[in-house]
Design a protein around this ligand. Structure first.
Ligand code: CMC
Length: 431
């Protein structure tokens, strides 16, 4: 529990009310307004939750001004350099880094759950063959609640744990199956001798007709992409998972809701939108035209992969991702890729442009991730599914934290009503 530090006094309409001020471990103090309506008959108004803490959490912390991201207190740069995705999953889920035995046990459990129920294969075939893999994933993950009945009881900590392991293990399989289905290739079963990331690459790129060997450097780059996306505080999709879960909905339904929210271009869909934008720009000489469009409020156009609600400094994930992009392109011998040339020049120009500098719009994680994924051979439609499978551990950790909180309440925001006041029904003949 956060400590009560002091009180803030709100004066309104001749009344004065004291509101407790809570102190977090790090970050700004928080005015506790839970009793505001009961005591002062007032609501607060904060569309987009720009100044509202909707929960207490001890999982992830972002310092937007410093450009810092901590998972359970550990800086993302240290984890990206020294940890691996499954170790980071353990950390996010359990709060501490595992010792050797705990890590082996966790890896073993995840690895043994990578296959999906065979009947799910038939479920996939109900989708149109050219479905976007995100559309398929929303449906299939939601349908998991129809296949795994023994992990639906949210009040049983063991079932919650099993649901968590199942989702971490099966999301890469489901994402790879959605991809294979969309391109008309047979599903590739997981291969448990491979690493988590290596197995995902294998399920996406292997075909029964020939041998596919996972390059360890690419598996490591994929692992890092997963780690950088693993959690990110109370973003839109995480808040969606929490809101869905606050009603007592089962974990698979909640994660499906998170995937649906992530799909939007302002959130996880930005990586696909960003690469499509870079391709549309096409050549370096067209960049000024797009910069001008991004500055024009009437154009409705934004530079995809730029800006962030919380980071007002370089996105720390983007820094690591940029290094990874350079390594992967070097490894694959890609030097004169036109998309990459446009990306590098766009970044340079935007970082010097007064509009972007004054609004603190820096490249975000999505700006570079697409470049790596494209170099690895993924089509743009797979970018957001990869974000989704990587973020699944964050969603589940946040969901578990919420369910375990004895003070859990169903999420139920209030509103500033601006519609018609009470009026009488008018029969159609008199209208
Ligand atoms: N291009 C041009 N102008 C921008 C951009 C952009 N990408 N982003 C923000 N602005 C301007 C915006 O027009 C506004 O200007 P003004 O103050 O004159 O009205 C100002 O910057 C603040 O923008 P905002 O919309 O109030 O900021 P927000 O916190 O609501 O939005 C954002 C954050 C990420 C949705 C937004 O920056 C954006 O749409 N970026 C492009 C999409 C994108 O890359 N999303 C991925 C986010 S990182 C991955 C993830 O966590 O999902």
């Amino acid at each position: 529990m956060a400590d009560t530090k002091s009180v803030a006094t709100l004066s309104f309409a001749g009344k004065s009310i004291d509101l407790p001020v809570l102190s977090p471990t790090i970050g700004p103090d928080v005015v506790d307004i839970r009793k505001l309506y009961a005591e002062a008959d007032l609501f607060t108004y904060d569309p987009g939750f720009t100044s509202t803490a909707a929960c207490e959490s001890s999982i992830t912390y972002i310092d937007g001004d410093k450009g810092e991201l901590l998972y359970r207190g550990y800086p993302i740069e240290q984890l990206a350099e020294h940890s691996r995705y499954l170790e980071t999953c353990y950390l996010l889920l359990n709060g501490e880094l595992p010792n050797k035995t705990q890590l082996e046990d966790f890896e073993g459990r995840v690895t043994r759950h990578t296959m999906v129920h065979e009947q799910l294969h038939a479920f996939f075939r109900g989708f149109r063959r050219d479905s976007h893999p995100m559309a398929t994933m929303v449906g299939v993950v939601g349908a998991m609640s129809a296949f795994y009945h023994d992990s639906l009881d949210i009040n049983d900590p063991w079932q919650r744990e099993v649901a968590a392991i199942r989702m971490i293990a099966k999301l890469p399989t489901i994402a790879a199956m959605a991809y294979k289905y969309s391109i008309g290739q047979p599903f590739v079963y997981p291969k448990n001798s491979l690493t988590y990331a290596g197995n995902f690459l294998h399920m996406c790129f292997a075909v029964p007709a020939e041998e596919y060997v996972v390059r360890p450097e690419l598996a490591r780059a994929m692992d890092r992409i997963m780690m950088l996306h693993a959690d990110h505080e109370q973003n839109a999709s995480t808040s969606t998972v929490r809101l869905a879960g606050s009603s007592g909905a089962n974990p698979f339904a909640c994660i499906a809701a998170g995937i649906a929210c992530l799909w939007g271009p302002a959130h996880g869909g930005a990586n696909q939108a960003c690469l499509e934008m870079l391709r549309e720009i096409g050549t370096v000489d067209r960049i000024p035209e797009y910069i001008a469009k991004a500055k024009d409020k009437n154009s409705g156009f934004r530079l995809m992969g730029f800006g962030h609600r919380v980071y007002k400094n370089f996105d720390p994930r983007a820094k690591v991702m940029k290094e990874s992009a350079d390594e992967v392109l070097e490894l694959l011998g890609i030097h004169n890729n036109p998309t990459l040339q446009v990306a590098k020049e766009l970044e340079r120009i935007a970082l010097e442009d007064d509009y972007f500098v004054s609004k603190k719009l820096y490249p975000n994680v999505d700006f570079y991730s697409g470049i790596i994924l494209e170099a690895m051979g993924f089509p743009t439609s797979m970018f957001t599914p990869i974000f989704a499978l990587s973020r699944t551990v964050g969603w589940i950790s946040q969901w578990k934290e919420m369910i375990g909180d004895p003070g859990l309440k169903i999420g139920r925001p209030r509103q500033l009503y601006v519609g018609a006041a009470k009026r009488d029904y008018v029969p159609v003949a008199n209208r």
